[in-house]
Design a protein around this ligand. Structure first.
Ligand SMILES: [Zn+2]
Length: 601
């Protein structure tokens, strides 16, 4: 394979585009400060009456139709003799190019890319991040052909991608459009480090200044990358690129074939809490290299870039990835057992404050993902493929460990999905159920019905007891007043009113602005403390603006435990519980004989 690439490139340069074997992209980024690029895309000879070309309407990893084609202007097409061709826009992401005779086609257009946080394309004076789904058109007719990308960039820029390098420092070659669209290009001024782990090559590319410690990142990414064998037999790549954007605010991350892009505000790397956010995200995206990129639900195989890709299994794609992210970091020694348990505790606490968990199953949430808009409606009426998907994975892991006397776990399910259902196959619900039966010798039909197809209601105390853990709010915890509403940061405007909670039952709704409690002015800063002045069960008068109208309502306070939900050791843990903890987490029992976390945990 290695020899073919330069031959094709030479071929393309020597002969006219009429004899092209693949699709070539030339991207001129020399006017980058205004977020603009000029693109030339050369398609090989087509015998069709019209060549259809597309820009995707979504990008993989974000299950949402996006207006990606808005950045395209001056779209034109020429045949192989340089004659202009008639172009008709047939959809927001589709153009039809009329051909009077068989010909190669060259398309040119200007691209405006200024969507850093969407991770579909961002061009400025210091770099360009190009995800082909937001920048490079394709033709369904030629989707499977090899591609080459040649960039023209300002002086001193360096270019990186998961794709193989081409002939020059700023060129890349790929097997087809699917590889191109899943191998974003980062070009610009950046820090670059290489490292190896388990004999494989890794790169870390960081764009943007910030308070990160490159050496710490390399050390921890090396440990993390070496842990994959705790789940899968083998790696789906030979080289992997971690791209990091230290931003002025954008935050998030996207998985790709053998690379990822992780964005965090530039000063959100140094404090341990911030760093944990970074390294957990890195772990999440790295796990996606298997779970989604190497095997994924049938509804997403092959990717349909022009439409929604429905699946009832997105909770496995996302929730299981979130589930394994801290496990791998714990096994790798990057995070402590305390940090691991704190992460789980936070997720359980959040689930308990998400009334939507009682409304929607994770399979419904998966199917609704393309329509979901989040916010208040999500918390009160929806499950989440990430957070509830995580807890479904936890429940399944514990069930498997229990059913097999610790011989098998949820990791084995993913090991077998990778082994037996690699792309271009896609796995189905029946495939997953078959794996569960294969591992345990038992039917998981009933389990699936109650945990996947019905809203997930878990008895966490009973579940965690198996691993010698229990929920605690601390010895000083007492019952305190609970209102079931949350204000946004610096204002008294409500950002959350939990369904069937005290505020909800008093007729208070999202967006209401609280002004007084029992006739006295209240401030955003003092809001929480003020509520805590009352006993559970007390009735208070709340004055508020609702849709500009001043109202007073009576709210009967409920009760909740004070303090944070924590996971601690049960009293007198048994040997079997410690063994369960080890089989589940991969590390030894972390508590000492007094039930305190050991100092190195
Ligand atoms: Zn994800």
């Amino acid at each position: 394979m290695k020899l073919v690439v330069p031959l094709i490139l030479t071929f393309c340069i020597l002969f006219s585009s009429a004899t092209l074997a693949g699709v070539n992209y030339r991207v001129d980024l020399t006017d980058s400060q205004h977020h603009l690029a000029e693109l030339v895309v050369e398609f090989p000879k087509s015998d069709s009456k019209a060549l259809t070309v597309n820009l995707p309407v979504w990008r993989t990893g974000k299950y949402q139709v996006l207006p990606l084609a808005d950045g395209i202007r001056f779209f034109s097409a020429n045949d192989q003799d340089g004659k202009p061709l008639e172009v008709t826009r047939t959809a927001s992401g589709e153009w039809s190019i009329a051909l009077t005779k068989p010909s190669a086609v060259t398309v040119t257009y200007q691209l405006y890319a200024n969507q850093l946080g969407q991770r579909v394309g961002h061009i400025d004076a210091t770099h360009a991040f190009l995800d082909a789904s937001g920048s490079m058109i394709y033709s369904p007719e030629f989707r499977d052909l090899e591609v080459s990308v040649e960039l023209s960039v300002p002086e001193n820029w360096k270019s990186y991608s998961g794709m193989e390098p081409g002939e020059t420092a700023h060129s890349f070659v790929g097997r087809n459009y699917d590889q191109l669209v899943d191998s974003p290009i980062e070009t610009g001024l950046s820090h670059h480090k290489t490292f190896s782990s388990n004999g494989l090559d890794y790169e870390l590319v960081i764009w943007g200044e910030g308070n990160y410690d490159v050496e710490q990142m390399v050390t921890d990414l090396t440990k993390l990358s070496g842990q994959a064998e705790a789940i899968w037999d083998g790696y789906p790549f030979e080289r992997y690129v971690y791209m990091v954007h230290a931003t002025s605010g954008a935050s998030g991350a996207t998985e790709h074939l053998n690379s990822t892009v992780i964005q965090r505000p530039r000063f959100s790397y140094r404090e341990r809490e911030d760093y944990l956010g970074f390294i957990k995200t890195a772990s999440h995206e790295f796990i996606h290299t298997w779970n989604v990129k190497a095997y994924r639900p049938q509804g997403l195989v092959p990717y349909n870039y022009q439409d929604e890709n429905m699946s009832e299994l997105l909770w496995i794609a996302e929730g299981s990835t979130s589930y394994f992210q801290s496990q791998l970091l714990l096994r790798a020694g990057v995070i402590t057992a305390k940090e691991f348990l704190d992460d789980l505790a936070k997720r359980i606490a959040r689930n308990e404050k998400t009334p939507g968990r009682e409304v929607q199953s994770v399979s419904e949430a998966s199917e609704n993902k393309w329509a979901s808009t989040g916010g208040d409606y999500a918390i009160n009426h929806s499950a989440n493929i990430y957070s509830e998907g995580f807890l479904t994975s936890l429940a399944l892991d514990f069930q498997l460990l229990d059913d097999t006397e610790l011989d098998h776990s949820y990791r084995d399910v993913h090991r077998l999905l990778y082994k037996n259902h690699k792309i271009p196959a896609g796995y189905t619900v029946s495939d997953v159920k078959a794996i569960l039966s294969q591992l345990t010798g038992e039917s998981y039909e009933q389990w699936w019905q109650t945990h996947v197809n019905s809203p997930l209601i878990l008895d966490f105390q009973a579940l965690l007891k198996q691993a010698g853990l229990m929920i605690s709010y601390g010895e000083d915890s007492k019952l305190q007043a609970y209102a079931g509403m949350k204000i946004s940061h610096n204002s008294l405007i409500l950002s959350e009113v939990l369904r069937d909670g005290p505020a909800w039952n008093a007729g208070i709704v999202l967006g209401d602005e609280i002004v007084a409690i029992n006739g006295l002015k209240v401030t955003a800063k003092g809001f929480k403390a003020r509520l805590n002045d009352f006993q559970p069960g007390a009735e208070i008068k709340v004055s508020l603006f609702s849709d500009d109208r001043l109202k007073e309502v009576t709210l009967k306070l409920g009760e909740q435990q004070s303090g944070k939900l924590k996971l601690v050791s049960v009293k007198k843990p048994k040997r079997s519980q410690k063994a369960f903890f080890k089989a589940w987490s991969g590390v030894d029992w972390p508590f000492d004989k007094h039930g305190e976390l050991k100092s190195d945990s």
